[in-house]
Unconditional design. Structure first.
Ligand code: GLY
Length: 360
């Protein structure tokens, strides 16, 4: 089974996303066709290299094996990738291919966007999280000076290949992390401006078993629904001037939780889920959403095995981290808040108001 989605940012920026369960033979063939006249630098996650390299049709010479983990998304590794690109003699007509999770996609994409002022870039996400989020939409970045994604660019890939065979070997923690972002899409669906209702919320409520089993056709559908929503948002607001912020539901607290625990305790999706538990409750208390929708949404998240955060963190420190988040454009902190069924809106609070919000 294969689904193809089209992303059209403007007249000159358009690309395809393929979601399939085909064998690696046909993936190899498609990559060959797309890049046959190009030199290639393949930035591949170490884990993926160990598990799948023998099945992929790349030479050892064109590969840069990338260590896994957020802490590796730094300028030293970025420079190593640049060095490899230049030692391979890549020119402006050539291509960088990222194979791995969000870290690999972000840093390889940033390298592609800056090498010779921008060369072709192909994304092959191998985690659920990168498939439903970071591989699509053109955000590329590295972390610097303790701040996540502070150096980066908007740079759309030439093509995205999502092959769900990679998901089979994903450990449970990483799979759940992806589901965290998937659940987010269910809560924002009606704000994305997609042309029709996809009923992702209902699909998730009814499909728990098949999704947790990673049943191939269900996974293709699930990724397709999420990406249809993401594409709709990104096509309206590529550079996050407004609408794209809704993709950050649960992320204000989520990012602060990741930062306060130095990216070592919670996966990204897990932290986002804690953010969603919190903001759903707050939205209900403030009467933005009725009790019935609040309860159903909490139950939906819990059906996937998530529980609200138990550990108590210092609120002043959390809010301080939220202030430093690069997404704040003023001294105020932005929260995306559920305001109706499957709808969200943006609110901005002063740090003092935010502290109050968490202490209420
Ligand atoms: N991860 C959120 C975005 O792509 O805007």
């Amino acid at each position: 089974m294969k689904q193809t989605l089209n992303v059209k940012i403007n007249e000159n920026k358009e690309y395809l996303i393929e979601i399939s369960d085909s064998n690696f033979e046909s993936l190899n063939q498609e990559i060959y066709e797309l890049t046959k006249n190009q030199k290639r630098l393949v930035v591949i996650s170490k884990k993926v290299y160990k598990l799948y390299f023998s099945e992929l049709n790349f030479s050892e010479e064109e590969v840069f094996i990338f260590p896994d983990g957020e802490k590796e998304k730094n300028y030293k590794n970025y420079l190593k990738i640049m060095k490899k690109a230049s030692s391979l003699g890549l020119t402006r007509n050539d291509v960088i291919i990222a194979i791995g999770g969000g870290v690999v996609g972000d840093i390889a994409g940033f390298a592609a966007s800056t090498y010779m002022r921008g060369i072709d870039f192909i994304q092959i996400p191998t985690t659920l999280l990168s498939a439903v989020d970071s591989s699509v939409g053109g955000k590329t970045a590295i972390d610097f000076n303790g701040v996540k994604n502070i150096i980066g660019s908007f740079y759309q890939p030439k093509k995205v290949f999502i092959n769900i065979n990679f998901l089979k070997s994903l450990d449970k923690k990483q799979f759940m992390s992806g589901l965290g972002e998937v659940l987010k899409y269910a809560l924002i669906e009606e704000s994305c401006g997609y042309k029709e209702s996809l009923f992702l919320y209902e699909f998730l409520a009814l499909g728990v078993e098949k999704i947790l089993e990673r049943e191939p056709v269900t996974m293709i559908r699930l990724i397709e629904y999420c990406l249809n929503l993401k594409i709709a948002v990104v096509q309206q607001d590529e550079k996050e001037g407004g609408l794209r912020k809704i993709l950050n539901l649960g992320h204000t607290l989520g990012h602060a939780l990741e930062a306060i625990t130095k990216y070592s305790k919670y996966t990204h999706g897990e932290a986002v889920v804690y953010g969603m538990f919190f903001i759903l409750k707050w939205a209900y208390k403030k009467e933005y959403i009725p009790y019935s929708y609040y309860r159903l949404s909490i139950e939906l998240i819990e059906k996937y095995g998530f529980k609200p955060l138990k550990h108590k963190y210092n609120i002043e420190k959390l809010v301080d981290l939220m202030k430093k988040d690069k997404k704040s454009t003023t001294s105020k902190i932005t929260f995306i808040v559920p305001c109706n069924k499957k709808q969200v809106k943006e609110i901005k609070l002063t740090p003092l108001e935010a502290e109050f919000m968490f202490k209420e």
